[in-house]
Ligand binder design. Structure first.
Ligand code: SF4
Length: 371
């Protein structure tokens, strides 16, 4: 389990080493072969000393991305099944204490939403729920996946953490990807922003990608919600986690997302600022450390920034996203999880990619490959 590796690292010591790394430490780390990256060896990549080398990092990252993935960007869209949640994450619109209209879609409504996304061209979708087993039990989720999986070449889930057997039930129904963000690897910050509900259990969540890997998900997505703690330490822990998962579940592709906390509900004040430059730094470093990882940039970020950032290392982008259940085809006023910044349609985004010399990919996998 990753928790053993995580617990063996003293994050205060890691923080000191990140902040005391010199430019020559960074240059030595950059010159080392990627097959030799060790937990200690990756520390200088996250240091302030590395900040001055962003251009060099971007050049290296972009070269690796083009060599591994060509000029392709895979497009996907989220489909929210429910906004009911028992947890009270203070940065989230679905927080159980927020007064929003709560909606859980019926299987028929999920099919309508899926049809709407299919009509826009999507063949990869991400199904999401809040953390409420009562609102969306595992068996119902499996039934929804069974109903729609014939239309989609890839169905990922971003749902409450489950047992391995439960993940296996979703895979049997047709899901192939699991996304689960730790949100923050800083245990103190984690306790503050997740005060109640199942999500307050740090280790139950930390172990979830292991359970998903053991269940057999073909894609495993992780990430930190940038802004909850120091992005340099979060970056180090995310890289450590991704390196572990890539090695242990070598048949699965690991994906890393970079959700940046932007406007949060109520009077929650974002504890740490993460600038656009910091975000670019993180993307480049993840690509250099994890050459084959899928790197994901969502519509949380504004259009101009997404257009400038994707060439440096991104492989996967969401498009046309709605963050409320029923957002694509139903008129139900359900509350959304967060505000979307890039509101361009999937068509406009795909045309933008083509104009820049990239191939927008709607489908890159067929289940029959697995037979
Ligand atoms: S982040 Fe997830 S668990 Fe937390 S309140 Fe939002 S939906 Fe619920």
């Amino acid at each position: 389990m990753f928790r053993e590796i995580f617990d063996s690292h003293d994050l205060n010591r890691i923080r000191d080493r990140i902040y005391s790394s010199s430019e020559s430490d960074f240059e030595k780390a950059l010159a080392s072969n990627d097959s030799r990256f060790t937990p200690d060896g990756i520390i200088p990549f996250f240091s302030p000393a590395a900040d001055k080398h962003l251009e060099e990092l971007a050049h290296r990252s972009s070269g690796i991305t083009r060599a591994r993935f060509g000029n392709t960007i895979q497009l996907y869209s989220p489909l929210y099944i429910s906004n009911e949640c028992n947890s009270s994450c203070i940065y989230c619109g679905f927080n159980a204490r927020n007064r929003i209209k709560r909606v859980t879609l019926t299987p028929e409504e999920v099919t309508m939403e899926a049809d709407a996304l299919y009509g826009m061209g999507f063949r990869h979708i991400l199904l999401l729920t809040g953390e409420s087993r009562r609102a969306v039990p595992v068996t119902s989720m499996a039934e929804m996946i069974r109903r729609i999986h014939g239309k989609f070449s890839s169905i990922s889930v971003e749902v409450y953490p489950m047992e391995t057997q439960e993940y296996m039930e979703l895979i049997r129904a047709g899901a192939d990807g699991l996304t689960i963000y730790q949100e923050t690897y800083d245990r103190e910050a984690y306790a503050i922003v997740h005060p109640r509900g199942e999500k307050s259990d740090f280790y139950w969540r930390l172990d979830a990608p292991d359970r998903g890997g053991a269940a057999g998900f073909r894609r495993i997505g992780i990430g930190s919600l940038l802004g909850l703690s120091d992005w340099r330490i979060e970056g180090f822990c995310t890289a450590l986690h991704a390196m572990y998962l890539s090695k242990k579940f070598w048949k699965s592709q690991v994906l890393i997302s970079f959700p940046r906390l932007r406007c949060a509900p109520g009077d929650f004040k974002q504890p740490f600022n993460v600038t656009e430059r910091d975000l670019a730094h993180l993307i480049c470093v993840m690509r250099i450390l994890l050459n084959n990882a899928g790197l994901v940039l969502s519509t949380r970020e504004p259009a101009v920034l997404r257009d400038n950032l994707f060439p440096i290392g991104i492989t996967t982008m969401s498009a046309g996203s709605k963050t409320s259940p029923g957002g694509y085809s139903l008129d139900n006023d359900a509350g959304g999880q967060f505000e979307i910044e890039d509101v361009r349609s999937p068509y406009v985004i795909s045309e933008m990619l083509k104009q820049k010399g990239y191939d927008p990919v709607w489908k890159d996998w067929d289940r029959n490959f697995q037979a």
